[in-house]
Structures are given as structure tokens and as C-alpha cells.
Design a protein around this ligand. Structure first.
Ligand code: NAD
Length: 318
């Protein structure tokens, strides 16, 4: 049975982004009302253009690092605002730290004032370059706090810590999702993440740039699966943190080849230097999500890539 959010009023920060916009769609489909806060720092107006005029969708153009308030009752506050791709957070280090700290504080404050449930979009990056593989929620991580990626990793670690402090101090209901790499329609073509970059290069017939020797691994979850996981977590009794991601692991070279195939392209693979602190391996241990939420990713890589490439082709008008 689909999780029930019918009649809920939900505040969603970052609702114009890749994940936020898909989540907004699902919440609206389930009968909820959504108040979306976004300043379009890394999001795209087109992601929510189809919701213009929707009677249960309301957009507030605001930076959530400033005071956050809405009139009326609220059942849940979902904090998804944050630059999320390495290109974005390396270019926006201070904004990333601010939205993870001040933004989380404001979102928690709003949830507390409204006696609402709070859900945080955290990340597998809290595990850093992991020395335990696959990563269970009990692993504390291996993060370089002063490295360039530390701005994102530490912002999310602080955000989790703050959410738990509110939970312990004020008895607030919180839900913490640790999201692993996710892909699908609405990722920005230029966001620098592997999937859109390889698709752009393959469709243009340009060389596909693999960093390092391409033996580093990623486990990629299709967006619809992840949204199922958010819905299950939001409506469950579990506090988390809970890993949400696919346990199907591929090397980056294998990923490039799968995307080349999905695009019907003959682009060559080219190797480039690895970014600093780039994790060598990444795969969630999802046993907790399976046992507490009955959730696991369903969409295979081939199927998910076909749907994603189809969407990019359509957007590019090919
Ligand atoms: P995204 O960049 O597409 O979306 C983030 C949204 O937040 C954007 O619309 C952006 O404009 C908005 N935003 C950023 N700072 C803001 C601010 N100060 N005030 C208001 N709005 C602001 O990224 P995404 O991939 O959709 O990621 C969404 C959330 O999920 C992020 O918190 C991210 O850390 C987390 N996450 C994503 C992934 C993934 O694979 N996509 C993995 C792990 C965690």
C-alpha cells in the first residue's frame, strides 16, 4: 500500500531541485499540500513549471538560511535545500555550509514551532572516503574536515547532529535519510555528476571523461526508487539515520560503458585526474531500510538509464 500523506500540509525546502521536485510531485499525487521554499541557487524553475497553478502547491522564493515561517498548521518539514553535486558545492562552499547549518536550524525551528515532523536529506558523504565497505549506518565515517569536499560532508554531519539534538532536547520527531548517489530525469546537464556528464558527452559524440583509472565504484539508485524510500521513511516510526540507495555497485568505467550503450553512441572513454578526496568505493548496506521500511531499490541500471537518456533526448529536442 502506498504511504498515506493525504491531507498533510508539508513544507519542502529545495523543492525546485532534482530530488525535491520529484518528491513534491509524489506528495501532491498522494493528496498532500506542499509549500516549497527555494532560492534557485542550484535548482531549475523548469523542474516545477508543471506545478504552476496547482491548487495544493505554493512556491516561496526564499533563501532558507534566513528566518523561515509559514502561516497555519504544518504536519512535516522536509529539508532538502543544499547544493548537492561536487561542482556546485566546490563553487559554493560558504552557501553549502550555511544551508546545512543555519538552514537546518531554521527548518528545525519551524518544525518545532508547528509541532511537525522533520525530515533531513542527509548523504552518504557523511561516510567520506570510507574504510568500511559496504557502509552501514553504524559506521562513523572517514572525512577530511578541511579538504575541499569537507564543506558538504561536514555541513551534513552538523545537520544530522543538530536534528538529533532537537530530537533529544525537545522530543521532536525526526527522520534522517542518508541518500546514496541517485540519478534520473531533471538532473542538470552541467551539474558535473557522472550520469548527466556521461550522457551529455555520449549524445554529443564527445569523449567520455572518466576520472582516475575508472576502477572507483558507485552504486546508483534510480530516482523513483529513492522517492519510494522517502515516502516510506516519512510515514514510518523510524528515526534513522537510514541508508537509502541501490546496492548494485559498478565501477565508473562500467557506468560510462553502460551509458554509451544506452545512448547508442561510439564516444571513446578518456581518463582525467581524480578530484581530491574522491571516494574510492561507495555502496550502502541497506539491511536497515529493508527490515524497518520494507524498502529496497527495484529499478535496474539498464532500465533506469534508458528512462533517463529518453528524458534528456526529449529535453534537448532530439
Ligand atoms: P539540487 O541542487 O538539484 O537541489 C537542491 C535545491 O536546494 C535546489 O533547488 C537549490 O536551488 C535549493 N537551495 C540550495 N540552497 C538553498 C538555500 N539557501 N535556500 C533555498 N533553497 C536552496 O540537489 P538534489 O540532488 O536534488 O539534492 C537534494 C538534497 O538531497 C540535498 O540536500 C542533497 O544534499 C541531498 N542528496 C542528494 C543526493 C543525490 O544523489 N542527488 C545524494 C545525497 C544527498
Amino acid at each position: 500500500m502506498a504511504p498515506d500523506v493525504d491531507g498533510w500540509r508539508i513544507v519542502l525546502t529545495g523543492g525546485a531541485g532534482f530530488l525535491g521536485s520529484h518528491l513534491a510531485d509524489r506528495l501532491l499525487d498522494g493528496g498532500a499540500s506542499v509549500v516549497c521554499f527555494d532560492n534557485f541557487l542550484t535548482g531549475d524553475r523548469r523542474n516545477i513549471a508543471h506545478l504552476d497553478g496547482h491548487e495544493r502547491f505554493h512556491l516561496v522564493h526564499q533563501d532558507v538560511t534566513t528566518y523561515l515561517d509559514v502561516g497555519g498548521e504544518v504536519d512535516a518539514v522536509l529539508h532538502f535545500a543544499s547544493p548537492a553535486s561536487p561542482i556546485d558545492y566546490l563553487k559554493l562552499p560558504i552557501q553549502t555550509l550555511k544551508v546545512g547549518s543555519l538552514g537546518t536550524h531554521n527548518a528545525l525551528g519551524l518544525a518545532r514551532a508547528k509541532q511537525a515532523r522533520f525530515m533531513l536529506a542527509s548523504t552518504s558523504e557523511v561516510y567520506g572516503d570510507p574504510q568500511v565497505h559496504p557502509q552501514p549506518e553504524s559506521y562513523w565515517g572517514h572525512v577530511n574536515p578541511i579538504g575541499p569536499r569537507g564543506v558538504y560532508d561536514e555541513a551534513k554531519r552538523f545537520a544530522e547532529s543538530l536534528a538529533f539534538a532537537y530530537h533529544r532536547t525537545h522530543g521532536m520527531e525526526i527522520r534522517v535519510a542518508r541518500i546514496f548517489n541517485t540519478y534520473g530525469p531533471r538532473m542538470r546537464m552541467d551539474d558535473g555528476r557522472a550520469v548527466p556528464t556521461f550522457i551529455r558527452q555520449a549524445l554529443a559524440g564527445e569523449p567520455m571523461t572518466v576520472h582516475g583509472d575508472g576502477a572507483q565504484t558507485r552504486s546508483l539508485c534510480y530516482v523513483d526508487d529513492l522517492i519510494d524510500g522517502f515516502m516510506a521513511l516519512l510515514t514510518s516510526e523510524a528515526t534513522g539515520p537510514i541508508n537509502l540507495g541501490s546496492s548494485f555497485e559498478v565501477t565508473v568505467t562500467e557506468l560510462a560503458e553502460a551509458i554509451r550503450e544506452a545512448c547508442g553512441s561510439s564516444s571513446p572513454v578518456e581518463f582525467a585526474p581524480r578530484p581530491e578526496d574522491d571516494p574510492q568505493v561507495r555502496r550502502p548496506d541497506t539491511s536497515l531500510a529493508q527490515s524497518t521500511l520494507g524498502w529496497q531499490a527495484q529499478v535496474g541500471l539498464e532500465d533506469g538509464l534508458a528512462r533517463t537518456v529518453g528524458w534528456y533526448r526529449q529535453r534537448a529536442g532530439r
